[in-house]
Design a binder for this molecule. Structure first.
Ligand SMILES: Cc1cc2nc3c(=O)[nH]c(=O)nc-3n(C[C@H](O)[C@H](O)[C@H](O)COP(=O)(O)OP(=O)(O)OC[C@H]3O[C@@H](n4cnc5c(N)ncnc54)[C@H](O)[C@@H]3O)c2cc1C
Length: 416
């Protein structure tokens, strides 16, 4: 089979690119291993809602049109939103078609699937950035009496035994899961490393409203000092709840969650925590202050001081004077560990030499180091919001320009 472009993955990123390709009448197919919006159907816990407000659900030619723009979609609603988009744009999706290999041969790509091989001039990798949970190597040393789960396996507290739970990692996933389990009556200990603190509401508006208005979410990959570092920054401690609650560490402490430092290792059945908890929290408080300073400056310059409450600052994160540096995992106090320690993409099917030592695709704003290959949907691909639904719109609209010029150049050199 031959087509001009193969898009791999029918999440919102692949569909956004499909719409851009259709607009330019570029012949293409979207290959999806399972169904449209598969990640949202199969890889999220039951209670999860988007942490981005509904008004930020925007894709090329499509946006949230419901009655609650300031609310947060549930997972079934996200699946409907993305599935409706696929239907609206008549995306040529081939479901149940896992890609098992992509090779480059004689100036074209060969994409192997269970339905045969596609040959094409350009490939768009839109397979997601969060396919595989990252679990630290010392996870193997957890005593067998303790059950371990990744966020992809976690569904709800009822799945856990009644005893204490250690949640490792305090970014958006870790704080949401920790809060839910604590509310279920189980004692949660939260191991906190580097994290990004964020209030849900600031000066009467959603923090995402301010971050968008002040240009924070649109900051470009070629404008930041250290893009490698920027791509690794953990997600902000946010959740989307009907109450618009803040999920920072002070909120968790007030629920009864116990904070400890970063889990540094497990030795002889004992979890060892770093002594850096206070430093990490002070750093997160400092960075939150800087973000709010930037927002206040923007608000002042743009006439929002009159219509908004005055600037305020949140109390520093409260940390015990001497949080425990160890925890005996054989004592029965902890029955479950949840590894909220991040996610990685899965490119095990990619047979083109474009991966760095950490297994990430080498690219410049989504233009991969292999002619005619493009990437979408990874953190800070072209701007800070790239891994959000809203980020795919701007990124796809820029990458289609790159893809089209690649095709034009290829065709004109073939004519010469
Ligand atoms: C827990 C969590 C919460 C999030 N919350 C928000 C939020 O509130 N707001 C927001 O905007 N974003 C959120 N995100 C981020 C973001 O929206 C997701 O990363 C999103 O799923 C990325 O979309 P995508 O289309 O790039 O990838 P995905 O949605 O992951 O889609 C990739 C698709 O590729 C398919 N695929 C993978 N490998 C293959 C293969 N070899 N062959 C064929 N198909 C393949 C998959 O089945 C999948 O359907 C969240 C992410 C996570 C993990």
């Amino acid at each position: 089979m031959h087509t001009t472009t193969v898009v791999i993955g029918a999440g919102h990123s692949g569909l956004a690119m499909s719409r851009c390709l259709s607009e330019r009448s570029i012949d293409h197919v979207v290959l999806e291993r399972q169904e449209v919006a598969n990640s949202w159907r199969t890889q999220r816990w039951d209670s999860l809602r988007l942490l981005t407000p509904n008004w930020q659900c925007r894709l090329p030619g499509y946006s949230y049109g419901g009655s609650d723009p300031d609310g947060f979609l549930t997972m079934p609603e996200v699946v409907d939103f993305i599935t409706d988009y696929a239907t609206l744009i008549a995306a040529p999706v081939k479901s149940g078609t896992p890609v098992s290999s992509v090779r480059r041969s004689n100036g074209e790509y060969r994409v192997t699937t269970n339905q045969g091989e596609w040959r094409c001039e350009t490939v768009v990798v839109a397979t997601g950035a969060f396919n595989v949970p990252h679990v630290p190597p010392f996870a193997d040393a957890v005593p067998s009496s303790v059950t371990t789960l990744t966020p992809l396996e976690y569904r709800n507290p009822e799945q856990l035994s009644e005893g204490g739970v250690l949640v490792v990692g305090a970014s958006a996933t870790g704080v949401q899961i920790a809060a839910e389990i604590q509310r279920s009556g189980r004692q949660v200990t939260l191991a906190v490393g580097e994290h990004v603190r964020g209030p849900r509401v600031y000066r009467d508006r959603d923090i995402h409203w301010w971050m968008e208005a002040a240009g924070v979410l649109d900051e470009r990959y070629d404008e930041v000092d250290d893009i490698v570092r920027a791509r690794r920054v953990p997600s902000m401690q946010l959740a989307g709840t009907p109450e618009r609650a803040t999920f920072d560490l002070n909120a968790l402490t007030s629920m009864g969650v116990k904070l400890v430092g970063r889990l540094a290792g497990i030795n002889g059945g004992r979890a060892q925590f770093s002594g850096s908890l206070r430093n990490k929290c002070e750093l997160a408080d400092l960075k939150l202050g800087r973000l709010l300073d930037a927002i206040d400056e923007w608000a002042h310059d743009n006439g929002f001081d009159e219509s908004s409450p005055p600037p305020n600052r949140f109390p520093p994160t409260v940390v015990d004077d001497s949080p425990p540096l160890g925890l005996d995992l054989t004592s029965g106090a902890i029955e479950t560990i949840i590894w909220a320690t991040g996610f990685r993409p899965d490119y095990s099917w990619l047979d083109v030499k474009v991966l760095d030592a950490k297994g990430m695709i080498c690219h410049d704003g989504g233009v991969v180091e292999s002619p005619g290959m493009f990437l979408l949907g990874t953190p800070f691909l072209r701007r800070r919001k790239s891994s959000f639904i809203d980020g795919a719109r701007a990124d796809a609209e820029e990458l289609i320009v790159e893809l089209t010029s690649h095709l034009d150049a290829k065709r004109s050199s073939a004519r010469d």
